[in-house]
Structure formats: structure tokens, C-alpha cells
Ligand binder design. Structure first.
Ligand code: SAH
Ligand code: SF4
Ligand code: F3S
Length: 477
């Protein structure tokens, strides 16, 4: 009952926003031009998916889109706060807009996303970036149209002051401007409750909220009907999908139900937290032919001591046991992972345990990060005695180790025939196609552009140093 009431409330609020969308539309029409918007989303796929909502709203208001910020009437940066260098990049790019704004004072600059959710960032923007017009957070869907209207009609600047995320509802029904037709992001949950000690996400994205499975299924059906071939389910921790829903199913069951939808399409998902990765989920992956054979399972470290300090709530042994079971069910499963080097207090021995684990798993590829101190997190105050130069050496060492492993994983594909999805023209130019295996590895194949979007069988002929090369075996397509 409460859920119904909340939904009605949200619906009423979104309807109110629709009035502002209309008001902006007529304002822009009166001004006679066809204004252009530039949107850039930094950070993870969730942020990219949020950027598609901003795009959808701006399109409804009458904006066209450009790839060039300097020619845009509205620039929106959807920011990321995961590491310090991500934040510096945003400040750099916003700084670069200053001369544009001086030339064209009507240009509207909007900042949204994770970075703005931190009070010290909002303060800095308020103080030192007077040419930024609107700052909203990570859940601003129900006020963005009004804020933009107030800026355009009344010249009112708005800098958010700590957006309330504690029980923020998932707002449905926002129009989307998707990046492409072939592949789509489909968020299944928002926020994170895990509080890994290094991570800012729970603070800037709020508590876990899942979308009702009925809406997810409906969205997937519509996507497939419109020609989508690859759906990637998104969440900071998809394995805890369903928590708190009145009519709840778990993530494994969600995969099974999506797999049962008609149509020729594939399903990927990210990210899985190892502590919640159950045998049920791995069994569902193994049973569902539409679910691809790739598991991104961030391990972060191979040392139990560091894993405990990170508050990851699993040991290296438990992680390896999961990998073992997953491989038993799916011998062709490709693993990828995230690793942090230089967490506070990490020693050479801890790091060597990470190297050992990386070798044992045999990842197809790794996303490696140097630890970055985030304000307000638990790790912020932990003693961090290892010098940056030493951490960088370890980091390089890990890259070298992984490069060899990744190459071996690629080489093991040679001679196999695999079903792949051609996604676009290949790196080698027209006449080649860039395709992806079930394990999410790129294969470059000779072929015409018309074949993009049609699954095909290819024989892998060679392991290049960045991808695979192959040739089509089912020539009739
Ligand atoms: N929810 C996902 C990760 C999202 S962030 C998960 O738990 O797997 C993506 C990656 O960024 C993390 O897996 C971690 O490896 C890295 N990361 C997060 N905070 C970091 C920090 N403070 N410094 C360096 N890397 C960090
Ligand atoms: Fe960050 Fe951990 Fe949540 Fe991932 S699970 S978003 S690393 S707190
Ligand atoms: Fe960055 Fe926010 Fe994603 S901090 S990684 S954009 S959830």
C-alpha cells in the first residue's frame, strides 16, 4: 500500500515536471532557433545510462545534439567521483568552458552526477566556478526541467545543497535518448549498501533501490522489438537485486525471466559483488542460453587481511571457490575483475598475494586502479605509509603479469568456432567488422558493414595483441 502511495506521489511530481518540459519547449520555439545540447557522462555505465535520461528530457524540450561542447547552447557534464583523477578531469573540462561562456553568455552549463553530491565539491563550484549555472545531484530527475526553466526564463542560478538520497525513490517514466539501437543499458537497481572502506559510491548514490521486475521485463521486450541485440543489466551490485521490493525476485530469477523473452538477443550484466554471487546465480547463467559467458567479478585484492580492511566480506579462498564452481558449470566462462593497488597498509606480501590470485584465476582482462583517497570514507583516515613511487612499481608489475595472462587467454581461442555479434566497422577500417564473443572479447573479421547486428559464426584464426582475428564460417548470412 505504501509503495502504491509512493508511486502516485512520484507520478504527480513527474507530471509537474512535464509542464516545465512544455514551457521550455515553447520558450525555445519563441526564440526561433534550434538549440544544441552537448552531454558527456564520465565514470561507469550507470552514469552513462543516467546521461541517456538527461538526453531524453532535453530532446523532449526541443534540443538537438552536438559532439562539440564549444558550439553547444547547453553543456551538461554528468560527473564521476570514484577517484581523484576523475574529479580533476571534470574540473579541467569545466574550466575550459570559461572562454566559451565569456563569448556566449547565453550558454547554459549544467553539472550533474556523483561528484556534485559531495558538499565540498558543491561549495567549490559555488565559489570558484561562477559561470556554472545549474548543479544537481544523482537523483535530480524530478527537478531538472524546473531548474532549467528557471535558468532560461528568469536567469536563476541553482547549486544543490546536499541532495536527499536516503530513501530516494526510483523515478520511472523518464524519456531516454539511447546511444545506439543495437546495444542498450538497462538499469535494474540504483545505489549501494556495501560501504567498501575505500569507496565513495554509497555516499553519492545512496541506498540500494531495485526497479520492479515487471518494468524491467517490459523495457527489455520493447528494446528487443526495436532491434536491440544486446542488453546489459546495470547495478552497483546486481546480485542484491530485489531487496526491499514488495513483489520481489532475486537476480538469478530475473535472468531466467529475461532469458525466456522471445527474440534473438543476448544478456550481459554488471557488477557482481563476490560476497553475494550465489551458486543459484551461476546456475542461472549456465542454464540460460541468452546470458553471455562473461563474469565481471571484482576481487580488489588477493590478501585476506586487505580484503577485511576493505570491508569486502569474502576471503581469497572463497573467491577462488566461486571461480572454481563457475568454471565447472561453464568451462568457457571468461572472467574479468577490478583490482586496487596500494590500499592503505598494503604490504609487498599482500600485493604478492594479489599477483598469485590473478595468476590462479587467469582473467581475460583486468581494470587496475591505484588507490585514491576519498573524503568521508572509512579508509580516508587509515595509515598509508607506502610511498606513491613504490605503489606505481607494483602497479606496473601487475600490468606486466596480466598482459601475459591475457595473451594466453586470447591464444586459447585460436581454432575455435564461436558465435559473435558484429558491432560496427573494425579497427582496420571499412571491409572489416568488430565483433564480440560471448566472453566479451573483440574479434576482428573481414565483412561488410551490412552485417552489423547479425549474429554470425566465426572461426578464430589468430590472437593479436589486443584482440582476436577470425573469419566467418556461415557464409550465407
Ligand atoms: N560496484 C562495483 C564497483 C564500482 S567502482 C563493485 O563493487 O564491483 C569500480 C571500481 O573502482 C571498483 O571495483 C574499484 O576497483 C575501483 N575503486 C573504487 N573506489 C576506489 C578508490 N577510492 N581508489 C581506487 N579505486 C577505486
Ligand atoms: Fe563501491 Fe563496494 Fe559498493 Fe562497489 S560494492 S560501489 S566498490 S561500496
Ligand atoms: Fe563514478 Fe558514480 Fe559511477 S562515482 S564510477 S559515476 S557511480
Amino acid at each position: 500500500m505504501q509503495e502504491m502511495k509512493d508511486n502516485l506521489l512520484e507520478y504527480a511530481r513527474m507530471n509537474e515536471q512535464k509542464q516545465y518540459v512544455e514551457k521550455i519547449r515553447s520558450l525555445l520555439l519563441q526564440e526561433g532557433g534550434s538549440p544544441l545540447a552537448y552531454i558527456h557522462s564520465y565514470g561507469c555505465q550507470q552514469n552513462v545510462a543516467d546521461g541517456e535520461k538527461f538526453g531524453g528530457m532535453l530532446a523532449e524540450m526541443g534540443y538537438g545534439f552536438t559532439q562539440l561542447p564549444e558550439e553547444a547552447d547547453l553543456v551538461l557534464y554528468n560527473t564521476c567521483a570514484i577517484r581523484e583523477n576523475a574529479e580533476q578531469r571534470v574540473f579541467g573540462n569545466v574550466g575550459a568552458l570559461k572562454p566559451c561562456k565569456r563569448r556566449r553568455p547565453d550558454m547554459v552549463i549544467v553539472l550533474a552526477g556523483c561528484m556534485t553530491q559531495q558538499q565540498h565539491v558543491a561549495d567549490k563550484l559555488k565559489r570558484s566556478y561562477p559561470y556554472v549555472d545549474i548543479v544537481v545531484g544523482t537523483n535530480s530527475w524530478e527537478e531538472f526541467p524546473r531548474l532549467l526553466y528557471e535558468k532560461l526564463a528568469l536567469g536563476r542560478r541553482y547549486i544543490k545543497e546536499g541532495e536527499e538520497l536516503q530513501n530516494a525513490p526510483v523515478i520511472e517514466g523518464i524519456p531516454l535518448r539511447r546511444e545506439g539501437r543495437l546495444k542498450a543499458w538497462l538499469p535494474v537497481m540504483y545505489g549501494c549498501d556495501n560501504f567498501c572502506s575505500y569507496c565513495i559510491v554509497p555516499y553519492v548514490r545512496g541506498r540500494e533501490r531495485s526497479r520492479p521486475w515487471q518494468l524491467i521485463l517490459r523495457e527489455a521486450e520493447e528494446l528487443v522489438r526495436d532491434g536491440c541485440r544486446e542488453i546489459t543489466l546495470l547495478g552497483q551490485n546486481v546480485n542484491s537485486y530485489g531487496k526491499g521490493l514488495a513483489d520481489s525476485i532475486n537476480f538469478a530469477e530475473l535472468l531466467r525471466r529475461l532469458n525466456a523473452l522471445p527474440g534473438d538477443f543476448i544478456i550481459r550484466f554488471m557488477t557482481s559483488h563476490p560476497k553475494d554471487c550465489t551458486r543459484d546465480l551461476l546456475d542461472a547463467m549456465a542454464e540460460c542460453p541468452k546470458v553471455e559467458r562473461h563474469l565481471h567479478l571484482p576481487v580488489q585484492s588477493g590478501s585476506d587481511r586487505i580484503l577485511a580492511a576493505m570491508n569486502r566480506r569474502y576471503t581469497a579462498g572463497q573467491y577462488l571457490e566461486l571461480v572454481r564452481y563457475a568454471r565447472e558449470r561453464m568451462p568457457d566462462l571468461a572472467f574479468t575483475s577490478d583490482i586496487i593497488v596500494g590500499f592503505p597498509g598494503e604490504t609487498r606480501e599482500d600485493f604478492e598475494q594479489t599477483l598469485k590470485l590473478v595468476q590462479e584465476v587467469g582473467y581475460a582482462s583486468l581494470f587496475t586502479f591505484l588507490y585514491s583517497r576519498r573524503s568521508g570514507t572509512k579508509a580516508e583516515t587509515m595509515p598509508d605509509p607506502v610511498p606513491a613511487s613504490e605503489k606505481s612499481r607494483w602497479f606496473q608489475e601487475l600490468l606486466v603479469v596480466q598482459e601475459k595472462i591475457g595473451q594466453k587467454v586470447l591464444e586459447a581461442h585460436v581454432g575455435k568456432t564461436l558465435r559473435v555479434l558484429p558491432e560496427g566497422v573494425g579497427r582496420s577500417g571499412p571491409g572489416t567488422l568488430s565483433c564480440r564473443t560471448s566472453g566479451n572479447i573483440i574479434v576482428e573479421v573481414p565483412g561488410k558493414e551490412e552485417l552489423v547486428g547479425n549474429f554470425m559464426d566465426v572461426e578464430i584464426t589468430e590472437a593479436l595483441n589486443w584482440a582476436l582475428a577470425g573469419r566467418q564460417t556461415d557464409g550465407k548470412k
